[in-house]
Write a protein that binds this ligand. Structure first.
Ligand SMILES: Cc1cn([C@H]2C[C@H](O)[C@@H](COP(=O)(O)OP(=O)(O)OP(=O)(O)O)O2)c(=O)[nH]c1=O
Length: 189
C-alpha cells in the first residue's frame, strides 16, 4: 500500500487510526472550516472532511489521504468548538437533559478515487446543575471539542446514554473506516 496520511492535527484521531495497524503520518491541513449555517450536518461534515483531505492530497499525489470532521447538532443547530467560556457554557446548558446528535464525516482519497461517508450517533446528557457545568468548564476540556465536551474525558460524567458508534463521537469511526478503506483497496485491485 502507498503511504497513508491522516489530514488532522487531532491527537485523538491519531490514536484511533493506530487501531488499524497500518503505518501512517498525520499532518495539519489548516483549512478554513467555515460553512454555510443552513447546510445539513451530514453534508457539512462530508464537505469539511473533503476540504481537509484535499488540502493534503494536493501536495502528496501518490498517497492515501484520510480527512475527518465532527460536529454536534441540537434542534438542527450545528455546534462547533466553543469560541469562549461563555459560549461553552451556552452549549452545555443547551445540551443538558437532552439528546443530541454527533456527526462525523470521513473522506478517503487516493488520486482521483474517493470514498465518503458520515456516521450519526445519538448522545443523551443528564440534567446538568450550573455548578457541574462550571466545574467542567474549569477542567479546560471543552475548548477544542465540538459541542464543548469530550466523551472520552471528564465529559464522560455528563453522558447518560449513547446510541451509535462511541469512536465516531471521539472523532473517527474507526471500524467503519477500516471496512471502507479495505473495500476501496479491493476495488482498485
Ligand atoms: C463531541 C466530541 C468531540 N470531540 C472532538 C473530535 C474533534 O477532534 C473535535 C471537533 O473538531 P474537528 O474540526 O472535527 O477536528 P479538530 O480540529 O480537532 O482536528 P482536525 O480538523 O485537524 O482533524 O471535537 C471529542 O474529542 N470528544 C467528543 O465527545
Amino acid at each position: 500500500m502507498q503511504p497513508l496520511i491522516l489530514a488532522s492535527s487531532s491527537p485523538r484521531r491519531k490514536e484511533l487510526l493506530q487501531f488499524l495497524q497500518i503505518p501512517f503520518e498525520s499532518m495539519n491541513s489548516n483549512v478554513d472550516e467555515s460553512i454555510d449555517e443552513n447546510m445539513c450536518p451530514d453534508a457539512a461534515v462530508k464537505e469539511l472532511a473533503s476540504r481537509k483531505a484535499e488540502a493534503i492530497a494536493a501536495k502528496f499525489q501518490d498517497s492515501w489521504v484520510i480527512g475527518s470532521d465532527t460536529v454536534v447538532v441540537l434542534d438542527g443547530e450545528i455546534l462547533g468548538k466553543p469560541v469562549s467560556r461563555a459560549d461553552g457554557k451556552r452549549m452545555l446548558e443547551m445540551l443538558s437533559g437532552r439528546t443530541h446528535e454527533v456527526y462525523t464525516g470521513v473522506v478517503i482519497l487516493f488520486g482521483k478515487h474517493r470514498r465518503v461517508f458520515a456516521e450519526k450517533t445519538e448522545v443523551t446528557f443528564w440534567e446538568l446543575p450550573e455548578a457541574e457545568i462550571e466545574r467542567y468548564l474549569d477542567s479546560g476540556e471543552p475548548f477544542d471539542k465540538a459541542g464543548g465536551y469530550g466523551i472520552q474525558g471528564y465529559g464522560s460524567l455528563l453522558v447518560k446514554q449513547i446510541k451509535g458508534d462511541y469512536f465516531s463521537v471521539v472523532g473517527l469511526p474507526v471500524s467503519r473506516l477500516a471496512r471502507e478503506l479495505k473495500a476501496m483497496q479491493e476495488e482498485l485491485g
